[in-house]
Design a protein around this ligand. Structure first.
Ligand SMILES: Cc1cc2nc3c(=O)[nH]c(=O)nc-3n(C[C@H](O)[C@H](O)[C@H](O)COP(=O)(O)O)c2cc1C
Ligand code: SF4
Length: 517
């Protein structure tokens, strides 16, 4: 029987030594005269086990991890190529609790397949959505996406079908699809994983979007800090062109869709869709006034769909299995699944794709295993650097856009960053203000000036100076930022600042009673 061994090529695994492990396995197999097939798959998303080596057996793939080059010869001695017992043995990969309890729709192939093998992609349900879309009218495609209940996974949770319908209904000789792959939020990596580990699903999703709204040109706006994703995307795009999945006459349909990767130079605000378009046009990333909406007048003044990587990568399964299939996952107005990213001080960091509806507590403890330090979890920040800090008392909140809004928090892109009880939340609030100061595009006064003054006020508070005056001043400033900023960078900075103040007043040198606004 031939032996197939999988060693991930995702940059999380590579940063932990996967390339060296792959080389050691190939060398050891050659020394022992074993004929092996070494596949570089994507990551299963269980980062604490990376590099996670898998071996195909009659019962399924058996996992070993975390493997270092020095473990390789012992693994061969233990007959791991036949699933033999070893101290690093974890059993069948898909029976591992962390993995088994997930509902992987968007991430269905991730970790299983070779990211750059189009054959692997097609054999694992790839391009079925596009095939269906090619047989549908534009209105039917948009309707399927609307029926699915998909809301944008980039942060604002705007219904994707409505955005597409606006672009479809706006007449123009040229329209565009932009994939927002800036992924600037702290503790997030789901976009990166899709691009590195299943690039064709994003290409397929963008192609379907192009067909749906009549856009013939697409751009993936990728952050420059993702060089591996850039390489993989460009290779996958080249294959898709070669095999007739991109370019003119897609799969003999007479339809055209061209796609390019463009690199952003590394500014958080360039993830905001209008400054992203300025940047794509070769200008400084400055936020535009809205209206006009990008769907009416976007890139180069033309109707443009701007969607996050996960939103677009969720489209193929919707077109394959139908809007109702996707809609059946989730709760309330939060339909489908969300790839949650567990990061920060957490024992089992990684990617967990689940239907909306689980509580934060389940995510943090059942999946995450509590803090990595073993100390109590004091707070979590959900939704990136502009998300609120949530205390333990709110860990029973379910993952649902509306439930989070009700506690003045955001789900955002699904990143959860964990902090233990050694963290001082006033310092974190200062950090949020400083982040806004550094990343502000400078277009509007509340954010440009307010964040600078905010850092000064926070310094005074942290040093215990004049708290009676400075706490109300901080609240007043946050009110101005919240209501007077042009975009969510300034507009949401009060979320982390005020949530830290309201939930952890003792870290600001005051008692809860004194903070009442
Ligand atoms: C400061 C700022 C940064 C943002 N960064 C990102 C980002 O990195 N990725 C992203 O998809 N959306 C980001 N957004 C949201 C986008 O403006 C936009 O809502 C999103 O790309 C739309 O796609 P979606 O509907 O699929 O979520 C950001 C918004 C703001 C205000
Ligand atoms: S809130 Fe900040 S980032 Fe947004 S437009 Fe105003 S200055 Fe620019």
């Amino acid at each position: 029987m031939s032996i197939t061994i999988y060693v991930p090529c995702d940059s999380s695994a590579v940063s932990l030594g996967a390339d060296r492990v792959a080389t050691a396995i190939a060398k050891e197999a050659a020394t022992r005269g074993l004929d092996i097939k070494l596949v570089r798959n994507g990551s299963r998303g269980m980062f604490w086990l990376e590099p996670l080596v898998e071996v195909a057996t009659a019962k399924g793939r058996v996992a070993y991890g975390p493997v270092q080059p020095g473990d390789v010869s012992g693994l061969f001695d233990a007959d791991f190529t036949q699933g033999g017992a070893h101290a690093l043995g974890l059993g069948l990969t898909e029976e591992l609790d962390y993995f088994k309890k997930q509902q992987r729709l968007t991430f269905a192939r991730i970790g299983k397949t070779d990211p750059l093998s189009l054959t692997d992609y097609v054999e694992n349900d790839g391009y079925r959505g596009l095939k269906n879309a090619l047989a549908m009218s534009q209105e039917q495609i948009v309707q399927a996406v609307t029926d699915s209940g998909l809301r944008g996974r980039g942060g604002a949770a705007f219904p994707t079908g409505i955005k597409w319908k606006t672009v479809l209904n706006t007449a123009s000789a040229q329209k565009y699809i932009i994939c927002n792959a800036d992924e600037g939020d702290s503790g997030t990596f789901s976009d990166r994983m899709v691009m590195e580990d299943d690039p064709f699903v994003l290409i397929e999703g963008m192609t379907i979007a192009g067909l749906a709204v009549d856009a013939t040109q697409g751009y993936i706006y990728l952050r420059i800090e993702y060089p591996h994703a850039c390489e993989v995307l460009n290779a996958a795009i080249a294959t898709a062109y070669k095999e007739g999945y991109l370019g003119d006459n897609i799969q003999g349909s007479g339809k055209t869709f061209d796609l390019e990767v463009r690199l952003g130079a590394g500014a958080y605000v360039c993830g905001e869709e209008t400054s992203l378009m300025e940047s794509l046009e070769g200008k400084r990333g400055l936020v535009r006034f809205k209206p006009p909406l990008p769907a009416i007048s976007g890139l180069f003044g033309q109707p443009t769909v701007v969607n996050n990587v996960i939103s677009l990568a969720s489209v193929p399964i919707i077109l394959d299995k139908g809007g109702d299939y996707y809609r059946d996952f989730g709760i309330g107005r939060s339909r489908g699944t969300l790839p949650v990213q567990l990061a920060g001080n957490i024992k089992r960091p990684g990617l967990v794709e689940l239907s909306f509806g689980l509580t934060l507590r389940e995510l943090l403890y059942d999946f995450g295993g509590g803090s990595a330090s073993g100390r109590p979890i004091k707070a979590v920040q959900v939704g990136g650097p502009l998300g609120a800090y949530l205390p333990e008392a709110q860990f029973d909140t379910v993952l649902d856009y509306e439930a989070f809004a009700a506690i003045w928090a955001v789900v955002g892109h699904g990143g959860i960053v964990v902090f233990d009880d050694t963290v001082n939340m006033a310092e974190m609030a200062r950090y949020s203000m400083e982040f806004c100061k550094i990343e502000s595009c400078g277009k509007c006064t509340p954010c440009r000036i307010g964040s600078t003054r905010g850092v000064e006020v926070m310094d005074d508070i942290i040093n215990g100076r004049n708290l009676d005056k400075n706490i109300p001043l901080l609240r007043d400033l946050c009110d101005t930022l919240l209501n007077g900023s042009l975009c969510a960078l300034g507009g949401m900075t009060p979320y982390p600042v005020l949530s830290a103040l309201n939930h952890f007043p003792e870290d600001f040198g005051i008692n809860a009673k004194a903070t009442a606004a």
